[in-house]
Design a protein around this ligand. Structure first.
Ligand code: FE2
Ligand code: FE2
Length: 153
């Protein structure tokens, strides 16, 4: 963020959200790679490798996001974390099916998950980020008002 008018706390939120959105882009690319691997008839080992990598990225991203939301007092962080766990469980299930003898089904699961991940970002992540951004200026104004009030006393 290079906005000279942003207060430090708002700029910090902005930077964290840009970083989280960059992680969304990485996961999106990962899932796109998975789709290409499946469509091009890549062997099971490669597909499992990409799935494992996607799962690792998701675990890291979800941890970052939950930490961010918790640190900024987002009220529904536990519900949000439960949605993450559900997505991860389904990812791991697809990975296990791919490692077994159900590769075509696992591939279908993976396509579905790609779509669900994008829906999760639209339906839950972006509204949560907006909520955090809305709260911050209010918190800052409250702190500033308190500082002024204290200085007057
Ligand atoms: Fe999320
Ligand atoms: Fe996210």
């Amino acid at each position: 963020m290079n906005n000279p008018t942003a207060t430090p706390a708002v700029a910090e939120h902005g930077a964290a959200i840009v970083a989280l959105e960059a992680e969304h882009d990485v996961i999106d690319l990962e899932l796109g790679t998975l789709k290409s691997a499946i469509l091009s008839g890549a062997d099971g080992a490669l597909i499992i490798y990409v799935l494992d990598r996607s799962i690792t990225f998701c675990e890291e991203h979800f941890a970052h996001e939950e930490g961010f939301l918790r640190d900024h007092g987002y009220g529904q962080v536990d519900d949000h974390a439960a949605l993450h766990r559900e997505l991860l469980d389904r990812f791991r299930c697809a990975r296990d099916r791919a490692a077994g003898d159900s590769m075509p089904l696992a591939a279908l699961d993976a396509f579905e998950l790609l779509q669900e991940f994008k829906e999760h970002v639209e339906l839950y992540d972006r509204p949560a980020y907006m909520e955090v951004e809305k709260r911050s200026p209010r918190t800052l104004r409250t702190n500033e008002a308190f500082a002024v009030h204290t200085a007057v006393l």
